[in-house]
Design a protein around this ligand. Structure first.
Ligand code: PGA
Length: 258
């Protein structure tokens, strides 16, 4: 059965519990009693509001935007995977380019976080992608190869199958510029080839790969199913819950056609 994901990364937005509650009431109203068989929406609010995101409608899961690789201990300001799991979180974004940029996260650190997520029964959504400069220097493939090889080093096949990969070209985040369908498809093919080399064809086939960067409903087909992707990671547009639900509806319709 074809399965799609819409991941809403709310980033450091919504500045009060009231705003979070309002967001949730719109989300609940929009989903109403619709049933989704082919699409899962993962909503990732700030840690502070996670407990408000219990009791989500069916088809919607709770995600976090980051985690720390250790379970507990003297790590001031960090959030443990066990805390997330115990709070009902199912997914966690790992290695978003904003974490790489503002918090200095490296591929090695991100690898540790992804493994820790898996070991604690969370699904990591691991972000990869090239910068504008790397793209202009035609280094996209080599950058992605290095990221994937480092991030997945030492993973077993079953661990790899539990990862969701989000291809997010950094130049497409927050810019309203998106790659062409052909470019995204090219990355899809490259990633499948890499995962086949590292693991095997079956594992590569089973891995979930999303596109992220300036996603809007109007060009959803062009950046997702037409480009061979299993869904999208949405930033700014995820601040509009009705847009996320409309995206879910489009994926559901598409999956039913297949
Ligand atoms: P954007 O962000 O949709 O606002 O470009 C995407 C992201 O950062 O994941």
């Amino acid at each position: 059965m074809r399965k799609f994901y819409v991941v809403g990364n709310l980033k450091m937005n919504m500045l009060s519990r009231e705003e979070a509650a309002q967001y949730l009431s719109v989300l609940n109203r929009e989903v109403h009693d619709k049933q989704y068989q082919h699409v899962t929406l993962v909503v990732c609010p700030s840690f502070l509001y996670l407990s408000q995101f219990d009791d989500l409608p069916e088809g919607i899961a709770k995600g976090a935007q980051n985690l720390f690789s250790e379970k507990s201990g003297a790590y001031t300001g960090e959030i443990s995977p066990v805390m997330l799991k115990n709070d009902g979180v199912e997914y966690v974004i790992v290695g978003h380019s904003e974490r790489r940029r503002y918090a200095g996260e490296t591929n090695e650190m991100i690898r540790g976080k992804a493994l820790s997520a898996i070991r604690n029964h969370l699904t990591p959504i691991v972000c990869i992608g090239e910068t504008k400069e790397e793209r202009h220097a035609e280094e996209t493939d080599s950058v992605l190869m290095l990221q994937v090889k480092t991030l997945f080093s030492g993973f077993s096949k079953s661990q790899a199958e539990n990862v969701i990969v989000a291809y997010e070209p950094r130049w497409a985040i927050g810019t309203d510029v998106v790659p062409t369908t052909g470019e995204i498809l090219g990355v899809r093919v490259l990633l499948r080839k890499l995962f086949t080399e590292i693991f095997d064809a079956r594992t590569a086939q089973r891995m979930t790969i999303l596109y992220g960067g300036s996603v809007k409903r109007s060009f959803l087909p062009a950046v997702s199913w037409e480009a061979g992707m299993d869904g999208v990671l949405v930033g700014r547009e995820s601040l509009f819950p009705h847009e996320l639900v409309k995206m879910m509806n489009l994926f559901e319709e598409e999956a039913e056609k297949e």
